[in-house]
Design a protein around this ligand. Structure first.
Ligand SMILES: Nc1ncnc2c1ncn2[C@@H]1O[C@H](COP(=O)(O)OP(=O)(O)O)[C@@H](O)[C@H]1O
Ligand SMILES: [Mg+2]
Length: 309
Protein backbone atom coordinates (compact mmCIF):
# COMPACT_ATOMS: atom_id res chain seq x y z
CA UNK A 1 0.00 0.00 0.00
CA UNK A 2 1.12 3.52 -0.77
CA UNK A 3 0.41 5.95 2.04
CA UNK A 4 0.98 9.67 1.59
CA UNK A 5 0.33 11.94 4.55
CA UNK A 6 0.39 15.71 5.00
CA UNK A 7 2.54 16.19 1.94
CA UNK A 8 3.52 19.80 1.26
CA UNK A 9 5.92 21.41 -1.13
CA UNK A 10 6.31 25.12 -1.91
CA UNK A 11 8.26 26.99 -4.54
CA UNK A 12 9.08 30.30 -2.91
CA UNK A 13 5.78 31.60 -1.61
CA UNK A 14 3.72 29.36 -3.90
CA UNK A 15 2.24 26.30 -2.20
CA UNK A 16 2.37 23.87 -5.12
CA UNK A 17 1.26 20.97 -2.90
CA UNK A 18 -0.53 21.87 0.29
CA UNK A 19 -1.07 19.23 2.99
CA UNK A 20 -2.38 16.43 0.85
CA UNK A 21 -2.86 12.80 1.83
CA UNK A 22 -4.12 9.68 0.12
CA UNK A 23 -3.71 5.91 0.11
CA UNK A 24 -3.55 3.45 -2.76
CA UNK A 25 -3.94 -0.31 -2.39
CA UNK A 26 -2.33 -3.01 -4.53
CA UNK A 27 -4.48 -3.61 -7.60
CA UNK A 28 -5.96 -0.14 -7.42
CA UNK A 29 -5.64 2.86 -9.73
CA UNK A 30 -5.77 6.15 -7.87
CA UNK A 31 -6.23 9.18 -10.09
CA UNK A 32 -5.20 12.70 -9.25
CA UNK A 33 -7.48 14.81 -11.41
CA UNK A 34 -6.89 18.52 -11.74
CA UNK A 35 -6.18 21.37 -14.15
CA UNK A 36 -2.73 22.59 -15.18
CA UNK A 37 -0.90 23.93 -12.17
CA UNK A 38 -2.96 21.93 -9.66
CA UNK A 39 0.18 20.32 -8.22
CA UNK A 40 0.00 16.88 -9.83
CA UNK A 41 3.57 16.73 -11.15
CA UNK A 42 4.95 18.15 -7.92
CA UNK A 43 3.16 15.34 -6.06
CA UNK A 44 4.54 12.68 -8.42
CA UNK A 45 8.04 14.19 -8.15
CA UNK A 46 7.87 13.97 -4.36
CA UNK A 47 6.58 10.38 -4.39
CA UNK A 48 9.39 9.26 -6.72
CA UNK A 49 12.02 10.98 -4.62
CA UNK A 50 12.99 13.53 -7.27
CA UNK A 51 11.82 16.44 -5.18
CA UNK A 52 12.16 16.80 -1.46
CA UNK A 53 8.89 17.64 0.29
CA UNK A 54 8.83 20.47 2.85
CA UNK A 55 6.84 18.20 5.09
CA UNK A 56 4.84 15.00 5.09
CA UNK A 57 5.56 11.31 4.73
CA UNK A 58 5.50 8.83 1.87
CA UNK A 59 5.38 5.12 2.68
CA UNK A 60 5.32 2.05 0.48
CA UNK A 61 4.28 -1.13 2.31
CA UNK A 62 5.25 0.40 5.61
CA UNK A 63 8.69 1.56 4.49
CA UNK A 64 9.22 5.32 4.43
CA UNK A 65 10.83 6.84 1.35
CA UNK A 66 13.02 8.90 3.63
CA UNK A 67 14.35 5.95 5.60
CA UNK A 68 15.59 4.00 2.58
CA UNK A 69 15.36 5.96 -0.68
CA UNK A 70 17.31 3.41 -2.71
CA UNK A 71 15.16 0.44 -1.75
CA UNK A 72 12.07 2.58 -2.26
CA UNK A 73 13.11 3.66 -5.75
CA UNK A 74 13.93 0.12 -6.80
CA UNK A 75 10.28 -0.85 -6.24
CA UNK A 76 8.94 2.04 -8.18
CA UNK A 77 8.44 2.78 -11.87
CA UNK A 78 7.89 6.27 -13.24
CA UNK A 79 6.33 7.39 -16.48
CA UNK A 80 7.12 11.10 -16.51
CA UNK A 81 5.22 13.84 -18.26
CA UNK A 82 8.22 14.58 -20.47
CA UNK A 83 9.60 11.60 -22.34
CA UNK A 84 13.12 10.60 -21.36
CA UNK A 85 14.37 8.67 -24.36
CA UNK A 86 17.55 8.43 -26.39
CA UNK A 87 16.54 9.34 -29.94
CA UNK A 88 19.52 7.68 -31.63
CA UNK A 89 18.90 4.39 -29.89
CA UNK A 90 16.20 1.91 -30.82
CA UNK A 91 13.31 1.08 -28.49
CA UNK A 92 15.01 -2.18 -27.56
CA UNK A 93 18.27 -0.36 -26.76
CA UNK A 94 16.46 2.24 -24.70
CA UNK A 95 14.79 -0.54 -22.74
CA UNK A 96 18.12 -2.31 -22.20
CA UNK A 97 19.62 0.91 -20.91
CA UNK A 98 16.79 1.79 -18.51
CA UNK A 99 16.19 -1.83 -17.52
CA UNK A 100 19.90 -2.12 -16.69
CA UNK A 101 19.67 0.96 -14.49
CA UNK A 102 16.72 -0.64 -12.73
CA UNK A 103 18.94 -3.62 -11.89
CA UNK A 104 17.96 -6.15 -14.57
CA UNK A 105 20.66 -8.14 -16.37
CA UNK A 106 21.16 -10.99 -18.83
CA UNK A 107 18.22 -13.21 -19.72
CA UNK A 108 15.84 -11.45 -17.33
CA UNK A 109 16.54 -8.14 -19.03
CA UNK A 110 16.00 -9.66 -22.47
CA UNK A 111 12.78 -11.39 -21.45
CA UNK A 112 11.31 -8.32 -19.82
CA UNK A 113 12.28 -6.18 -22.82
CA UNK A 114 10.44 -8.55 -25.13
CA UNK A 115 7.42 -8.68 -22.81
CA UNK A 116 6.99 -4.92 -22.40
CA UNK A 117 7.56 -4.24 -26.10
CA UNK A 118 4.75 -6.69 -26.80
CA UNK A 119 2.51 -5.17 -24.10
CA UNK A 120 2.73 -1.68 -25.58
CA UNK A 121 2.52 -2.92 -29.17
CA UNK A 122 5.99 -1.88 -30.31
CA UNK A 123 7.49 -5.27 -31.11
CA UNK A 124 7.56 -4.70 -34.85
CA UNK A 125 9.25 -1.32 -34.56
CA UNK A 126 11.59 -2.30 -31.71
CA UNK A 127 14.72 -1.98 -33.86
CA UNK A 128 13.98 1.50 -35.24
CA UNK A 129 15.69 4.61 -33.90
CA UNK A 130 13.33 6.31 -31.48
CA UNK A 131 13.71 9.70 -33.16
CA UNK A 132 11.63 8.30 -36.02
CA UNK A 133 8.78 7.45 -33.63
CA UNK A 134 5.51 9.34 -33.46
CA UNK A 135 4.52 11.08 -30.21
CA UNK A 136 2.20 8.22 -29.34
CA UNK A 137 4.90 5.60 -29.89
CA UNK A 138 7.32 7.53 -27.67
CA UNK A 139 4.70 7.67 -24.93
CA UNK A 140 4.14 3.93 -25.22
CA UNK A 141 7.87 3.30 -25.01
CA UNK A 142 8.02 5.54 -21.96
CA UNK A 143 5.38 3.39 -20.33
CA UNK A 144 7.32 0.23 -21.26
CA UNK A 145 10.40 1.70 -19.56
CA UNK A 146 8.42 2.53 -16.44
CA UNK A 147 7.25 -1.04 -16.04
CA UNK A 148 10.25 -3.04 -17.29
CA UNK A 149 11.38 -4.06 -13.79
CA UNK A 150 7.84 -4.99 -12.67
CA UNK A 151 7.59 -2.26 -10.06
CA UNK A 152 5.32 -2.58 -7.05
CA UNK A 153 4.28 1.02 -7.54
CA UNK A 154 3.79 2.64 -10.94
CA UNK A 155 3.55 6.43 -11.21
CA UNK A 156 2.12 7.87 -14.39
CA UNK A 157 2.10 11.61 -14.97
CA UNK A 158 -0.40 12.55 -17.69
CA UNK A 159 0.80 9.74 -19.99
CA UNK A 160 -1.76 10.36 -22.72
CA UNK A 161 -1.44 14.09 -23.35
CA UNK A 162 -1.19 15.09 -26.99
CA UNK A 163 -1.33 11.65 -28.60
CA UNK A 164 -3.75 9.99 -30.97
CA UNK A 165 -6.71 7.98 -29.76
CA UNK A 166 -5.20 4.61 -30.68
CA UNK A 167 -2.05 5.15 -28.64
CA UNK A 168 -4.17 6.51 -25.81
CA UNK A 169 -6.41 3.44 -25.70
CA UNK A 170 -3.35 1.20 -25.82
CA UNK A 171 -1.84 3.00 -22.82
CA UNK A 172 -5.05 2.75 -20.82
CA UNK A 173 -5.29 -0.97 -21.62
CA UNK A 174 -1.71 -1.58 -20.54
CA UNK A 175 -2.32 0.26 -17.26
CA UNK A 176 -5.42 -1.88 -16.63
CA UNK A 177 -3.36 -4.97 -17.31
CA UNK A 178 -0.56 -3.90 -14.97
CA UNK A 179 -2.98 -3.21 -12.14
CA UNK A 180 -4.62 -6.61 -12.58
CA UNK A 181 -1.28 -8.10 -11.56
CA UNK A 182 -1.55 -6.30 -8.21
CA UNK A 183 0.54 -3.21 -8.91
CA UNK A 184 -0.25 0.03 -7.09
CA UNK A 185 -0.95 2.72 -9.67
CA UNK A 186 -0.90 6.46 -9.13
CA UNK A 187 -2.15 8.22 -12.24
CA UNK A 188 -2.46 11.93 -12.91
CA UNK A 189 -4.63 13.48 -15.56
CA UNK A 190 -6.59 16.56 -16.47
CA UNK A 191 -8.94 14.49 -18.62
CA UNK A 192 -12.23 13.90 -16.85
CA UNK A 193 -13.21 11.00 -19.06
CA UNK A 194 -9.96 9.23 -18.42
CA UNK A 195 -10.29 9.57 -14.66
CA UNK A 196 -13.87 8.40 -14.89
CA UNK A 197 -13.11 5.35 -17.03
CA UNK A 198 -9.80 4.24 -15.65
CA UNK A 199 -9.49 5.11 -11.98
CA UNK A 200 -10.96 3.17 -9.07
CA UNK A 201 -10.71 6.21 -6.88
CA UNK A 202 -10.17 9.84 -7.78
CA UNK A 203 -8.71 12.72 -5.82
CA UNK A 204 -9.87 16.04 -7.19
CA UNK A 205 -6.96 18.41 -6.99
CA UNK A 206 -6.85 22.18 -7.33
CA UNK A 207 -4.37 24.78 -6.07
CA UNK A 208 -2.25 22.15 -4.36
CA UNK A 209 -5.09 20.63 -2.37
CA UNK A 210 -7.23 17.52 -2.68
CA UNK A 211 -10.75 18.91 -2.45
CA UNK A 212 -12.51 15.55 -2.35
CA UNK A 213 -11.73 11.93 -3.05
CA UNK A 214 -13.54 8.69 -3.59
CA UNK A 215 -14.99 6.47 -6.27
CA UNK A 216 -17.09 8.23 -8.86
CA UNK A 217 -20.26 7.15 -7.03
CA UNK A 218 -18.93 8.38 -3.71
CA UNK A 219 -17.88 11.70 -5.17
CA UNK A 220 -21.29 12.25 -6.71
CA UNK A 221 -23.01 11.38 -3.45
CA UNK A 222 -20.67 13.72 -1.59
CA UNK A 223 -21.55 16.77 -3.65
CA UNK A 224 -25.20 15.80 -4.05
CA UNK A 225 -27.12 14.43 -7.00
CA UNK A 226 -28.50 17.82 -7.96
CA UNK A 227 -28.01 19.22 -11.44
CA UNK A 228 -25.88 22.28 -12.07
CA UNK A 229 -27.42 25.35 -13.57
CA UNK A 230 -25.06 27.93 -15.04
CA UNK A 231 -26.49 31.31 -15.96
CA UNK A 232 -24.75 34.06 -17.89
CA UNK A 233 -26.18 37.47 -18.61
CA UNK A 234 -26.37 41.10 -17.58
CA UNK A 235 -27.15 40.83 -13.89
CA UNK A 236 -25.58 41.80 -10.58
CA UNK A 237 -24.78 39.14 -7.97
CA UNK A 238 -27.24 40.77 -5.57
CA UNK A 239 -30.17 40.47 -7.98
CA UNK A 240 -29.75 36.73 -8.34
CA UNK A 241 -28.98 36.27 -4.67
CA UNK A 242 -32.27 37.86 -3.68
CA UNK A 243 -34.24 35.68 -6.09
CA UNK A 244 -32.76 32.35 -4.97
CA UNK A 245 -32.26 33.19 -1.28
CA UNK A 246 -35.69 31.83 -0.37
CA UNK A 247 -35.41 28.79 -2.62
CA UNK A 248 -34.67 25.66 -0.64
CA UNK A 249 -33.82 23.75 -3.81
CA UNK A 250 -30.87 25.99 -4.66
CA UNK A 251 -27.32 26.15 -3.38
CA UNK A 252 -25.14 28.90 -4.81
CA UNK A 253 -21.79 27.41 -5.91
CA UNK A 254 -20.31 30.60 -7.31
CA UNK A 255 -21.69 34.01 -8.11
CA UNK A 256 -20.12 36.99 -9.79
CA UNK A 257 -21.26 39.79 -12.03
CA UNK A 258 -23.05 38.27 -15.01
CA UNK A 259 -22.37 34.66 -14.07
CA UNK A 260 -23.86 32.25 -11.57
CA UNK A 261 -23.35 28.55 -10.91
CA UNK A 262 -26.17 26.95 -8.93
CA UNK A 263 -26.52 23.47 -7.51
CA UNK A 264 -30.18 22.65 -7.94
CA UNK A 265 -32.44 20.07 -6.36
CA UNK A 266 -31.86 16.51 -5.32
CA UNK A 267 -32.60 14.79 -8.56
CA UNK A 268 -33.33 15.26 -12.20
CA UNK A 269 -36.03 17.68 -13.28
CA UNK A 270 -36.16 20.16 -10.42
CA UNK A 271 -33.94 22.47 -12.39
CA UNK A 272 -36.71 23.53 -14.78
CA UNK A 273 -38.91 24.75 -11.91
CA UNK A 274 -36.07 26.77 -10.43
CA UNK A 275 -35.13 28.21 -13.81
CA UNK A 276 -38.74 29.21 -14.42
CA UNK A 277 -38.91 31.09 -11.11
CA UNK A 278 -35.65 32.93 -11.86
CA UNK A 279 -36.73 33.95 -15.36
CA UNK A 280 -40.21 35.07 -14.19
CA UNK A 281 -38.49 37.50 -11.82
CA UNK A 282 -37.04 39.15 -14.91
CA UNK A 283 -33.35 38.39 -14.46
CA UNK A 284 -31.44 39.37 -17.62
CA UNK A 285 -30.13 35.95 -18.65
CA UNK A 286 -28.55 35.41 -22.07
CA UNK A 287 -27.14 31.96 -21.74
CA UNK A 288 -28.31 28.91 -19.80
CA UNK A 289 -26.61 25.56 -19.41
CA UNK A 290 -27.60 22.55 -17.36
CA UNK A 291 -25.03 20.00 -16.30
CA UNK A 292 -25.72 16.49 -15.03
CA UNK A 293 -23.98 15.53 -11.80
CA UNK A 294 -21.23 13.54 -13.57
CA UNK A 295 -17.55 14.05 -12.82
CA UNK A 296 -17.58 17.37 -14.69
CA UNK A 297 -20.43 18.38 -12.41
CA UNK A 298 -18.59 17.23 -9.31
CA UNK A 299 -15.58 19.33 -10.30
CA UNK A 300 -17.78 22.33 -11.02
CA UNK A 301 -19.55 22.03 -7.68
CA UNK A 302 -16.27 21.78 -5.80
CA UNK A 303 -14.39 24.56 -7.56
CA UNK A 304 -17.03 26.74 -9.24
CA UNK A 305 -15.07 26.27 -12.49
CA UNK A 306 -15.20 23.85 -15.37
CA UNK A 307 -12.41 21.45 -16.15
CA UNK A 308 -12.31 21.17 -19.89
CA UNK A 309 -10.92 18.19 -21.75
N1 LIG B 1 10.36 24.00 -10.27
C1 LIG B 1 9.39 24.90 -10.04
N2 LIG B 1 9.67 26.17 -9.68
C2 LIG B 1 8.68 27.07 -9.44
N3 LIG B 1 7.36 26.78 -9.53
C3 LIG B 1 7.03 25.54 -9.88
C4 LIG B 1 8.00 24.53 -10.16
N4 LIG B 1 7.35 23.39 -10.48
C5 LIG B 1 6.03 23.68 -10.42
N5 LIG B 1 5.84 24.96 -10.06
C6 LIG B 1 4.52 25.60 -9.85
O1 LIG B 1 3.79 24.81 -8.93
C7 LIG B 1 2.44 24.73 -9.30
C8 LIG B 1 2.06 23.28 -9.50
O2 LIG B 1 2.75 22.80 -10.65
P1 LIG B 1 2.65 21.29 -11.13
O3 LIG B 1 2.88 20.39 -9.99
O4 LIG B 1 3.54 21.16 -12.30
O5 LIG B 1 1.11 21.21 -11.58
P2 LIG B 1 0.40 20.19 -12.58
O6 LIG B 1 1.31 19.06 -12.83
O7 LIG B 1 -0.87 19.81 -11.89
O8 LIG B 1 0.12 20.97 -13.83
C9 LIG B 1 2.28 25.57 -10.54
O9 LIG B 1 1.82 26.84 -10.16
C10 LIG B 1 3.69 25.62 -11.10
O10 LIG B 1 3.88 26.80 -11.84
MG1 LIG C 1 2.01 18.24 -14.57
Amino acid sequence: MLVVESLSRSFGSLKAVDEIGFQVKPGEIYGLLGPNGAGKTTTISCVCGLLRPDRGTIELDGVALESDPIAFKRRLGVVPQETALYGDLSARENLHFWGGLAGLTGGALRDRTTAVLEAVGLTERAGDAVRKYSGGMKRRLNLAIGMIHEPKLLLLDEPTVGIDIQARLNILDVVREVVRAGTIVLYTTHYLEEAQELCDRIGIMDHGRILAEGSLTELKRMVGEGEILTLKGRFEPGELQSIVAEDEHVRVVSLEEGQAVLDVGKGQGEVTGVLGRILRKGLAVDDISIQQPNLQGVFLKLTGRELRD
